[in-house]
Write a protein that binds this ligand. Structure first.
Ligand SMILES: Cc1cc2nc3c(=O)[nH]c(=O)nc-3n(C[C@H](O)[C@H](O)[C@H](O)COP(=O)(O)O)c2cc1C
Length: 238
């Protein structure tokens, strides 16, 4: 009787030990965890406030460029472009002043970067943080092809290393200025921002074009926003 019990205890102990050994070894080959970058905020290099090209020359030379070589932009160039697209200039008495004029100082936009070929930056959708000159990753991956398809297949949207996209907060303008503000001011505001990027690209020796022909829904889905897309500006080398 006692020896039977002993046998059972030993057998049970062996099962337990075998289980522990099986759980502990041999070690599974290490699977590399993907690095989650979404939500990561990246400080951009400080933008320059002076340059070599005069404003007259930039206006004279500016034209729409629709052909980009497969060459990356630098983070410094991206920083400069985003600053011109809607970065901060000075902290004024009634709030920050930004790179483009805006009715009532509302600056009713979010600004997105669709990055597909920037040295040292993971491909992805980023939102520009104009207050501290940073970008926040919204989604990782190269979304340039999807953006090109949404832009009525305008191929240069896929070629360009980056696109800058402004989306408008129409409710904010409606609350301040009613229907007239929605009909006029928000579109006027984005015009100034787009011209800034045109001239800034020119001064950096880069090229760009304003794209207004696109389907709203897919662009909103790509960016992950409900705000209305207004301009897409692909930027690249000439
Ligand atoms: C509101 C707006 C929307 C535009 N949409 C497009 C577009 O979808 N595709 C394109 O190739 N060019 C587009 N353009 C660029 C114009 O075609 C271009 O500015 C015009 O032909 C004048 O040429 P330039 O910019 O070289 O002076 C757009 C320009 C503006 C202002």
């Amino acid at each position: 009787m006692i020896s039977n019990l002993k046998k059972k205890v030993v057998a049970l102990a062996l099962v337990v030990v075998a289980g522990v050994v099986a759980m502990g070894c041999p070690p599974e080959p290490a699977v590399e965890e993907p690095v989650i970058q979404e939500g990561v905020i990246i400080s951009l290099p400080s933008p320059r406030h002076t340059g070599e090209m005069s404003v007259e020359e930039a206006i004279f030379r500016r034209r729409s460029i629709r052909n980009f070589p497969d060459e990356p932009l630098s983070l410094q160039e991206v920083s400069q472009l985003l600053w011109s697209a809607g970065g901060k200039t000075i902290d004024g008495v009634t709030g920050a002043t930004r790179a483009f004029p805006s009715a009532g100082g509302l600056y009713p936009f979010e600004i997105y970067l669709v990055a597909g070929n920037v040295a040292g930056l993971a491909d992805g959708i980023y939102r520009f943080g104009w207050r501290d000159h940073s970008i926040e990753m919204i989604k990782e991956g190269d979304f340039r092809e999807e953006l090109m398809v949404a832009s009525l297949r305008q191929g240069f949207v896929y070629q360009a290393p980056v696109s800058i996209v402004w989306v408008g907060d129409f409710d904010r303008v409606r609350r301040a200025y009613g229907a007239r503000g929605v009909d006029r001011y928000i579109m006027m505001d984005v015009g100034g921002a787009g011209q800034n990027v045109h001239l800034q690209a020119e001064a950096l020796g880069l090229g760009t074009v304003i794209v207004g022909a696109f389907h709203d829904d897919p662009v909103q889905r790509i960016l992950g926003t409900e705000l209305m897309p207004l301009y897409i500006m692909p930027v690249g080398r000439r």
